[in-house]
Design a protein around this ligand. Sequence first.
Ligand code: PEP
Length: 259
Amino acid sequence: MRSKAVVGNWKLNGSLGSNEALLKGLLAEVGREPLSVACAVCVPTPYLWQVRALLEGSGIAWGAQDVSRFDKGAYTGEVSGAMLVEHGCRYVIVGHSERRTVFGESDEVSAEKYVAARKAGLTPIFCVGETLEERDKGVTRSVLGRQVDALVGKYGVAGLDGGLIAYEPVWAIGTGRTATPQQAQDVHAFIRGRIAAADRGVAETLTILYGGSVKAGNAAQLFAMPDVDGGLIGGASLAADEFVAICRAAQDAKETVKA
Ligand code: PEP
């Protein structure tokens, strides 16, 4: 059986005061009825200590939104995987489309970050996705194939065992325009098939999240698809009731069983 997960991506949002209110809201919801699905928030790095202080022992994990591909040295501004581990991080997002487009990170750099995160003992969430222009041109599969192959080529297919992939169509991120459940399913099945060509066992156990305007109102339909194993949630992770409702939708979705 594949594990399911819902991970919040706070992006460049938050303050000590608003984080505390949000985290206490999450804890109140989870305190009422504990979650049986993996649930985490990936927060701006300066707030990791605060998130740890509030979430430790709660069943909600935490992580970062980026990691250096380097371990140490003269790399001003970078944060290593080992540093994130010292803050109790379990997850780290790598290769998010905002890192790729705004900060010019390539497939290769994203794959190197994934490797660095795994070596540090983190669970990286490797993001892939096509732009609207690429979808309209009909090159979605070749774009995703290239992004996935960069990772497999860098680390070997065995390196994906225990990691997570997030399919995030760029046109659906923060736009309110969600992929239909069938569009998400088609791409997730394509990604799993691409990995299965190298190793069927790894492909079957790989958790593939969908991200792109997931809300409490559309999560259940998306998570009902056989290859959608949970979500990476941006905007809706900033509201406690909305985020917990999405986690509960993943929990209630039908079990995905190994072939
Ligand atoms: C994201 O940034 O990873 C994301 C999925 O954002 P949103 O849910 O706001 O579309």
